[in-house]
Design a protein around this ligand. Sequence first.
Ligand code: PEP
Ligand code: MN
Length: 336
Amino acid sequence: MLIVMHHSATDAQIDAVHRAVEAMKLQPVSIPGSQRTAIGVLGNQGYVDDSAILELPGVREVIHVSKPYKLVSRDFHPASTIVDVKGVRFGDGCPPVVIAGPCSIESEAQMLASAQLVKAHGAGMLRGGAFKPRTGPHSFQGLGRDGLKLLRQAGDAVNLPVITEVMRIDQLDDVCRYADVLQIGARNMQNFDLLKEAGRRSHPVLLKRGMSATIEEFLSAAEYLLSEGNSQVILCERGIRTFEKATRNTLDVSIVPLIRNISHLPIIVDPSHATGKRSLVAPMAKAALVVGAHGVMVEVHPDPDKALCDGAQSLDGPAFERLMAEIKGLITYLGY
Ligand code: PEP
Ligand code: MN
């Protein structure tokens, strides 16, 4: 529910509305950045009888918001959120950020070579998975805690912030200690306990769209993070399952402008997992930026044919260099 006040409403009238909402055992939230004074209402399980509110002086109208997400929507928070990771900024008005690095952290040498490579060509953040959500138990499962240390070391060596996936609540302390951004992967998008716990941390979270999640489910998952207090959330489209088998997933580029309208959170695109094919990564990364993505996350490996995970969709050094040159041109064209 959204309570819209008259332009002429006084502070005392606004206070009275807050108190009336609290008396209904609901939580009033002031909406920042809006033209008119508005008060959001959280905590209701169903329709709320608004007659007591409508009677209060200064109230212009009450809008019933039927969407299951509120805090992530522009209705409740019209101003765009900027997520700041050690000075690397994601969001409206900021130049798009490229996050790059291998699918998995494999060794000290591989991680350092990856870091040097992506830094040399202008990436803004280093990625690498230590806890890997593999489809089968016989595949490489990641180096775990040892991998986190190698990622941090490589990031520090080239002065890039680092992002890595957290799969379970009991990994959160370690991941928060070594990483700058927590990644919650497609398979965990609806791990509600993990979302709640990550929402209580102060680290920014990159939330990937589940492979069969609707936009409503995706935004509702992000709502869990915000409702626990963490609003430093970056959304990530990484392709969804369709009938098409020629690509690993189907990249839903239309979600980018759609989400930018509905939500104030930044959204980036991962063309590597979306396509599964090295040759499609650069065209889809560029497509993502053209439709307004606030960044892209690309898998890069110094020797993709030897990668322990996702080599077929990983760019090597020269391919990443070419992509970055194209992205630089595109960013200029887009007016940043
Ligand atoms: C990843 O980014 O390493 C990953 C596993 O991605 P997703 O969760 O999108 O499959
Ligand atoms: Mn991968």
